[in-house]
Design a protein around this ligand. Sequence first.
Ligand code: IPM
Ligand code: MG
Length: 362
Amino acid sequence: MTQNYRITLLPGDGIGPEIMSVAVDVLKIVGQRFDISFEFQTALIGGAAIDATGEPLPAATLYTCRNSDAVLLAAIGGYKWDSLPSHLRPEAGLLGLRAGLELFANLRPAKILPQLIDASTLKREVIEGVDIMVVRELTGGIYFGKPKGIFAAETGEKRGVNTMVYSESEIDRIGRVAFETARKRGGKLCSVDKANVLEVSQLWRKGMTKLASQYPDIELSHLYVDNAAMQLVRAPKQFDTIVTGNLFGDILSDAAAMLTGSIGMLPSASLGASVPGVFEPVHGSAPDIAGQDKANPLAQILSAAMMLRYALNQAEAADLIENGVLQVLQQGYRTGDIMSEGMNLLGCQAMGNELIQILEAK
Ligand code: IPM
Ligand code: MG
């Protein structure tokens, strides 16, 4: 029996539309194979939405997302919109989407692919075998805490204010996702905070420690964020699952991504309690190469695989895509960001075509 899914596509800005179009082609191919029919609806977000409607997250977009089975997002932002006030910038659209769909858990895997070890800036022995999952809290912390804004102080000087705040229930719900995630992986969870300085981190650490008693099979450890950043580049293999707040997770997930050679390879999943998840690459909109057919579409394609796995329960289809990506790399095809000597350099579209040929032959 054909399974029907309604998927909202948010191509956004920069390289977004190029990589999205390749990912959609790939989804159509696996759809035919597994008798899955996708009803795609495209909606506006970010700079593209600002240009068309004056706001980065039109109400119609949020509505369309809510009424779908999953959301596939590419990337937002670009130089063009950089000088707008912060509530009208493309980034506000992304944050609004996360908040609007209550996507409090962001799963960012950073796994080294053997084919790409030489593309990493780090030594082979440091990164071979790295397989990390960063669980980033996504709807709280300093990104959303109040008070926030730029205010005039009594002295006449301006003051910029953001507030890092976590309530016990927010800590508890992201903690549970992280413990469950660690359980499905290597059974080790490292909670990252700044409890030597910040009260909000002291509460965070207490919450994680309390949860640990309900997950006796999981080995919980704690690191301060500065040390965690250092350990990630010094000896990344010590990590299995990392759980951390919104800002620290933003930073550490970029660092973890780069261990794998290119941020252009990594997908992510943003999940809430009972809403459609949003699946998106970890990388941004790369305005410097937009429209030139140079982008690496693989993170977008792997995000589509994550969507099949986590939102649609189509593990076999996800496996097919993930194996296909390994194979296309195995055959020596590379985009510029992961290029190394002796490999075959391809553009965005051509990389998609090679992958599709592999999928069709399977
Ligand atoms: C990310 C991005 C976003 C974030 C920006 C674009 C708002 O860096 O998804 O990591 O800071 O969360
Ligand atoms: Mg980021």
